[in-house]
Design a protein around this ligand. Structure first.
Ligand code: NAI
Length: 246
C-alpha cells in the first residue's frame, strides 16, 4: 500500500495516465495529476479520486519545458515534502514515413517523450537520493523494442526511454531507488483511437491474446512497480502487450 506517499504522474488527464493516477490513489498515494492542455479533464480525474476517498491535485506543466518542470517539482516538494513515486507517462505521436517526416515532428515527439522524462527524472532524483528511497516508472512502448513503420520518431523516443531507464537504474540502485519501464502494446485510448479500422484489425491479428488492452492493464503493472513489494526489481522493461512482442 502507498499511504503517506506522494506520486507524480505526468500526462494524467486521460488514457493510461488517468488509469495510473486512479490506481495509485486507490493504493493510498497522494497523486499529482499533471496535464498540459486539458485542465478540465485533469480536474475531473481529481474529483473521481476524491469521490472514492483518495487525495489528489491537478497541476499544469508541459514536460518538454525544463523550467516548467523545475517549478512543478519545486512546488510539489514545498507542499508535500517528498516525491516518492514518479511516473513519466506523458507522450505524443506524430506519425509519418521516414521520407516524409519533418524535423519538427521528430523534435516534438523526442522533446515530449524522451526529454520530458529526462527533465523530471533529473529533478526528482535529487530529492529521492536525499530520501534514500523512490520509485521511477517510465512509459516506453513495444515499438521502442521492435520498431514500427511510420513511427521513426516515436520508436526512437521510446528506445531512448528504455536506455535512459537502465542507465538511471544503475546510477540510483545503491540508494534504494528503482527505475523501471513499462512497455504497453496496443491499448484502447485516444492515441490508438486515431488508427483506421484496417490498422486496428492488422494489429489485433499480431496479438496472441487477440485484442487491445485496457488502460487499467497498464496501471496495474505500474501500481506493482511502485509498491514496496517490487523493491528488488530495477532496470527492467515490463511488457503489457497480450504477448505481442516476446
Ligand atoms: P493519450 O494521448 O490518451 O494521453 C497522453 C497524455 O499525455 C494526455 O493526458 C496528454 O495531455 C499528456 N501530454 C501530452 N503531451 C504532454 C506534455 N508536453 N506535457 C504534459 N502532458 C502531456 O495517450 P495514452 O495512449 O494514454 O498514452 C500514454 C503513454 O503510454 C504515452 O507515453 C504513450 O506513448 C504510451 N503508450 C501508449 C500505447 C497505446 O496503445 N495507447 C502503447 C504504448 C505506449
Amino acid at each position: 500500500m502507498l499511504e503517506g506517499k506522494t506520486a507524480l504522474v505526468t500526462g494524467a488527464s486521460r488514457g493510461i495516465g488517468r488509469a495510473i493516477a486512479l490506481e495509485l490513489a486507490e493504493k493510498g498515494a497522494y497523486v499529482i495529476v499533471n496535464y498540459n492542455g486539458s485542465g478540465e479533464a485533469a480536474r475531473e480525474v481529481v474529483r473521481t479520486i476524491e469521490a472514492s476517498g483518495g487525495q489528489a491535485e491537478a497541476y499544469q506543466c508541459n514536460v518538454a519545458d525544463y523550467a516548467a518542470c523545475e517549478r512543478l517539482i519545486g512546488d510539489v516538494m514545498a507542499s508535500q515534502g517528498s516525491i516518492d513515486i514518479l511516473v513519466n507517462n506523458a507522450g505524443i505521436t506524430r506519425d509519418n514515413l521516414l521520407m516524409r517526416m519533418s524535423e519538427e515532428d521528430f523534435d516534438a515527439v523526442v522533446s515530449t517523450n524522451l526529454k520530458g522524462a529526462f527533465h523530471t527524472m533529473r529533478l526528482v532524483s535529487r530529492h529521492m537520493l536525499k530520501q534514500k528511497r523512490g520509485r521511477i516508472i517510465n512509459m516506453a512502448s513495444v515499438v521502442g523494442v521492435a520498431g514500427n513503420a511510420g513511427q521513426v520518431n516515436y520508436a526512437a523516443s521510446k528506445a531512448g526511454v528504455i536506455g535512459m531507464t537502465k542507465s538511471a537504474a544503475k546510477e540510483l540502485a545503491s540508494r534504494g531507488i528503482t527505475v523501471n519501464a513499462v512497455a504497453p502494446g496496443f491499448i484502447e485510448t485516444d492515441m490508438t483511437g486515431k488508427l483506421s479500422e484496417k490498422v486496428r484489425e492488422q494489429a489485433a491479428a499480431q496479438i496472441p491474446m487477440g485484442g487491445f488492452g485496457r488502460p487499467e492493464d497498464v496501471a496495474k503493472a505500474v501500481g506493482f512497480l511502485a509498491s514496496d513489494e517490487a523493491g528488488y526489481i530495477t532496470g527492467q522493461v515490463l511488457h503489457v502487450d497480450g504477448g505481442m512482442v516476446m
